[in-house]
Design a protein around this ligand. Structure first.
Ligand code: SF4
Length: 500
């Protein structure tokens, strides 16, 4: 039998088609573009795809800019209430770093002191362990309804979805969180979860879901939610909160909020369950006096948040309301991995004020959902790769123009752009860069190092070379600039300099 007749043509064809597809995919990856249907939209491509789409959504941009500009005005006013805002920021930064220097000690101190008040403390290494603890509590209390105040830590562990899977309803009680829950969405922003929605969007959403008039005003909608939630507070078996701060010296949990919903969530149900990240610990009650006003001003532009509650244990025998039982779950879920990295450990000083998100030009352009992570914006881009893995989320380190505004506003002086740069270094060390990108940059470096080489090619050649970038990476809504004259010549002309 001849060699040719031994070849099965369908197999041969399939193998070569596969080879061709894999080659195409590699070339596409070199240019870092997404080209469906040959590529699946993995996290990075999904990010680029969503960013390119939302960045040109005028309505989205207008809503975000409108909401952030109101925040900016309020924060500016808030700054003036401090005698010396920079000194207060330095104090807050010092407190959080002092905590990090003896993190384990303060956590143990917190556990010891809060346990004395009759609170049970459970430790969770990751989301899975936290969920196991929560499910055990649900069974113990035969819970079918949970009311929950705003907590990003519960978002990390997909709390609502996990409860739904075991037949327990979890109702969000913060107005913003309630809106996104009704819409079937995740929080858009760590402080203002429904920032991407206008009042008209919300009126329409409530009209569809609850049959309220589509012309309802924000006040009318708030009253509707208020009366709806009152019933839930009374019926709920468990009230869940996060923690803004875990106070080590007095053994208590500080929660700061504007609507009183955390207070309500913990007043009626029999169990108050706190789910907190272990970085929330602060050494002393006195430190709240420095950090809480900063959180209020940088978070929402307020002098002080409307409700600041210190929970130190279940209801005492002489008290009329409050839970019979209080449990605190202290969750790691990647935080100690951040701590192991000497530089990035500073990110654990974050008090989740959200100021860096509001300042970030990238966040303001691509919005919160494009990140596809619990924490978005600059701080999200720093910590998410540690939490969810470098392979999946390392690309977030590049979602930054390094303008530095996030570091300027941060109340605890986290050098976010520096941390993003070290993240980028890690991504390159772990994954390397695409071959073509490396070679192109080497070539560009060689050309850029010499003025003669830079000006050697005529403009039409440069325009021909740059033209394909209109289709790859640069995005369909932008055009590459057309070269007409070298920078040197333009500069000389503008400054009226002549070369003799
Ligand atoms: S990194 Fe700083 S600015 Fe950003 S949320 Fe945390 S504390 Fe606020």
């Amino acid at each position: 039998m001849g060699v040719r007749s031994a070849v099965k043509w369908p197999d041969f064809f399939c193998q070569h088609l596969k080879l061709l597809l894999s080659l195409t995919r590699k070339i596409i990856r070199c240019f870092s573009i997404e080209f469906s249907p040959f590529t699946t939209l993995k996290a990075k491509n999904q990010f680029q795809h969503d960013a390119a789409k939302i960045a040109f959504n005028e309505r989205h941009r207008q809503t975000i800019h409108h909401n952030i500009s109101r925040y900016d005005v309020a924060v500016e006013r808030g700054y003036h209430r401090f005698k010396e805002i920079d000194v207060t920021k330095k104090q807050a930064a010092f407190i959080k770093r002092a905590m990090l220097a003896e993190w384990d000690e303060y956590l143990i101190q917190f556990e010891r002191n809060i346990t004395k008040h009759g609170v049970k403390v459970l430790w969770a290494r990751d989301a899975n362990e936290a969920i196991q603890h929560i499910k055990a509590l649900l069974t113990e209390h035969q819970a079918t309804l949970v009311v929950k105040s705003k907590s990003m830590t519960t978002e990390e562990i997909a709390f609502n979805e996990e409860l739904q899977a075991v037949g327990c309803e979890s109702v969000e009680t913060d107005l913003g969180e309630f809106i996104v829950q009704v819409a079937g969405e995740k929080p858009y922003h760590i402080v203002t979860p429904a920032m991407h929605k206008s009042k008209e969007d919300i009126a329409q959403l409530f009209h569809e879901k609850f049959n309220t008039p589509s012309t309802s005003t924000p006040e009318e909608l708030t009253l509707y939610v208020r009366s709806f939630l009152r019933e839930q507070f009374l019926k709920a078996d468990i009230g869940v909160t996060g923690a803004n701060f875990l106070i080590a010296d007095i053994g208590a949990v500080a929660v700061t909020e504007n609507e009183g919903n955390a207070l309500m969530s913990t007043s009626f149900p029999k169990l108050h369950l706190v789910i907190a990240g272990i970085e929330k610990v602060i050494p002393s009650f006195d430190h709240l006096g420095v950090i809480q006003p900063l959180l209020a001003t940088l978070g929402t532009g307020q002098q002080v948040t409307a409700y600041n509650t210190i929970f130190s244990g279940p209801r005492l025998s002489n008290e009329g309301d409050g839970p019979d039982e209080m449990v605190v779950i202290l969750m790691d879920n990647g935080r100690t991995t951040v701590y192991e990295d000497t530089e990035s450990a500073q990110a654990l000083a974050c008090i989740r004020c959200g100021a860096c998100l509001n300042a970030c030009p990238v966040y303001k352009t691509i919005g919160g959902y494009t990140y596809h992570s619990t924490y978005s914006g600059p701080i999200g881009s720093v910590i998410t790769p540690f939490f969810e893995g470098w392979k999946k989320m390392g690309h977030l380190s590049f979602a930054c123009s390094l303008c530095g505004k996030c570091a300027d506003v941060c109340p605890v002086e986290i050098p976010l752009p520096d941390l993003l740069l070290t993240n980028r270094k890690k991504v390159v060390e772990k994954k390397g860069r695409p071959f073509l990108e490396k070679e192109l940059f080497k070539g560009f470096q060689w050309i850029a190092e010499s003025r003669t080489r830079f000006d050697f090619l005529p403009f039409w050649v440069k325009n021909v070379i740059s033209y394909p970038f209109n289709f790859v990476g640069w995005g369909p809504k932008r055009k590459m600039p057309v070269f007409r004259q070298s920078f040197t010549k333009q500069w000389m002309k503008n400054n009226k300099i002549r070369i003799s």
